[in-house]
Design a protein around this ligand. Structure first.
Ligand SMILES: Nc1ncnc2c1ncn2[C@@H]1O[C@H](COP(=O)(O)OP(=O)(O)OP(=O)(O)O)[C@@H](O)[C@H]1O
Ligand SMILES: [Mg+2]
Length: 287
């Protein structure tokens, strides 16, 4: 998690009333665009509040869990060699408790990674170079599965303002999903396109595709069809892209493949700056 804080609001911010779209200057209807921008800001703020609440809750559970794990280790140390003389079922039960505590800790960490929205660190970046770098990095894993990855970077694509770490997480999540969906002989295609207002990134695969019921729920937190999936990959992708003022679209057909299309504004988006303005306080200091 970034050390620079998160989108989680301060106590003062939590009391601040929501902006009223009807009170915006510019007449009764105002502009539709402005009211959409306001409701998007309100939605982001509400999400941040909910995130703060859940992050606080998870935090409270995390500390006693660590204590339980530590004490368990101490019990095992205390038992020392005497363990060998105990009935085997005691050792098995201790092992179950240990595994389950570790599992709960992992769930909490993943959850906290999702709900604590880091403040965007916007920088000018070369999207094509970043994508190429990620593709090269995942090369060995992809080749081991017999999958081909092709990249077409639009040469006319200029630099965009974005948070490199966050954007990297977006692409890695999409590539990982694509790879999971592919089998030997399949292909993943990554391409970019310059738009008047920014850039388009497409990650397409010829993998298994999604039936309509999966497609409908793919962005729901904790929805996963994988044995060891968290179901937080796509919600995180969407959260980061929207924080940059962009959007994610998906198109999928069972047996044919899936295509994710990400639109990013060149300036990092008003949403990102709005998020950055919020005073942050995750309570991490006391962890
Ligand atoms: N490229 C894809 N092809 C087919 N199905 C996909 C693709 N991307 C996502 N999905 C479906 O959407 C679900 C949710 O994806 P998401 O990334 O949120 O979680 P996950 O991949 O299951 O878990 P994790 O990201 O923790 O590994 C997946 O379980 C899968 O069913
Ligand atoms: Mg995933």
């Amino acid at each position: 998690m970034s050390e620079t804080g998160s989108q989680v609001p301060s106590a003062d911010e939590r009391r601040e009333p929501e902006p009223d779209p009807a009170a915006a200057p510019g007449g009764e209807a105002g502009s539709k665009l402005r009211s959409e921008a306001v409701s998007e800001r309100v939605r982001l703020r509400q999400l941040a509040r909910l995130g703060a609440l859940f992050a606080g809750f998870a935090h409270e559970i995390r500390n006693p869990l660590s204590t339980i794990r530590l004490n368990l280790q101490l019990v095992k140390e205390d038992l020392g060699e005497a363990q060998a003389e105990l009935p085997p079922r005691i050792g098995r039960r201790l092992a179950v408790v240990e595994t389950e505590v570790a599992r709960l800790q992992a769930i909490l960490e993943q959850f906290l990674g999702y709900v604590r929205v880091p403040r965007l660190q916007l920088r000018e970046l070369d999207l094509n170079a970043m994508l190429l770098d990620i593709i090269e990095f995942t090369g060995p894993e992809v080749r081991a599965k017999g999958v081909a990855v092709r990249f077409f970077g639009a040469p006319e694509l200029g630099p965009i303002r974005a948070d490199p770490d966050q954007l990297r997480a977006v692409v890695v999540n999409l590539l990982r999903n694509a790879l999971d969906a592919c089998s030997d002989g399949d292909e993943i295609l990554v391409r970019t396109r310059a738009l008047p207002e920014g850039a388009l990134v497409v990650v397409a695969d010829t993998g298994c595709g999604m039936p309509p019921d999966v497609l409908e729920r793919a962005f729901q937190p904790y929805f996963s069809t994988k044995k060891s999936g968290t179901g937080l990959g796509l919600p995180t992708v969407r959260r980061i892209v929207e924080q940059h003022g962009g959007s994610v679209a998906v198109d999928s057909e069972p047996g044919r493949g899936t295509q994710f299309t990400i639109r990013l504004p060149a300036d990092g988006g008003g949403g990102g700056e709005e998020v950055g303005e919020a005073d942050t306080g995750t309570g991490e200091e006391g962890a």
